[in-house]
Design a protein around this ligand. Structure first.
Ligand code: AMP
Length: 193
């Protein structure tokens, strides 16, 4: 079954557009029969995307570390809720359960999660697509910096191109389905994998 892990803010953000897009994504996933894996909380955009997917009849798997069960208000309505011993176990399980990854607007927690799975992809440890939903230009500054990394010789163009970037939820599922992983990992040629 196709399941996407969605990384997103534990805050709502200033503009209501962020919650609207999170809601649209939750509905879109459920409508397409795609399962949602997420941080298991009921706060911020996390709660919005989960509620929207559940409301549209979708499968929602929450994964939350024990220490955040109260702080991020573990969602009682998830199809499955996994409570992990720590953050590392949470991220490992979220990575394992998903066939791809989507980042919505969020803070440093969201960035850390996205960059980790993208880095693992760059190393050739998985072939799953990573996407950034650039709602109303929220990530424009980050995208510019990624291009600086390429220009300055710290990131290969083909690894930069692994990250799917779009501002439209409607395009997201097709882009993820069409993803082709790069032919080389950062250190190893494809034949050696
Ligand atoms: P944020 O984007 O900072 O609002 O956080 C979004 C999600 O990332 C929340 O579920 C946080 O629990 C999670 N998070 C926060 N810090 C970290 C971290 N160091 N590593 C992984 N996830 C984190």
């Amino acid at each position: 079954m196709t399941r996407f892990t969605v990384f997103c803010g534990s805050s709502m953000g200033e503009s209501p557009v962020h919650a609207a897009i999170a809601e649209e994504l939750g509905r879109e996933l459920a409508g397409a029969g795609v399962g949602l894996v997420y941080g298991g909380g009921n706060v911020g955009l996390m709660g919005v995307v989960a509620d929207a997917a559940l409301g549209a009849g979708g499968e929602v798997i929450g994964v939350i570390p024990r220490a955040l069960v109260d702080r991020e208000l573990a969602h009682e309505g998830c199809t499955e809720l996994h409570v992990t011993a720590n953050m590392h176990e949470r991220k490992a399980l979220m990575a394992e359960l998903a066939t791809g990854f989507i980042a919505l607007p969020g803070g440093i927690g969201t960035m850390e999660e996205l960059f980790e799975v993208w880095t693992w992809g760059q190393l050739g440890w998985h072939m799953k697509p990573c996407a950034l939903l650039n709602v109303h230009g929220y990530y424009d500054g980050l995208i510019t910096f990624l291009d600086t990394m390429v220009e300055q010789g710290f990131l290969r163009q083909e690894h930069r191109d692994m990250l799917i970037v779009t501002d439209r939820v409607a395009d997201l599922l097709d882009l993820l389905a069409d993803y082709i992983p790069p032919q080389t990992s950062k250190w190893i040629e494809r034949e050696d994998l």
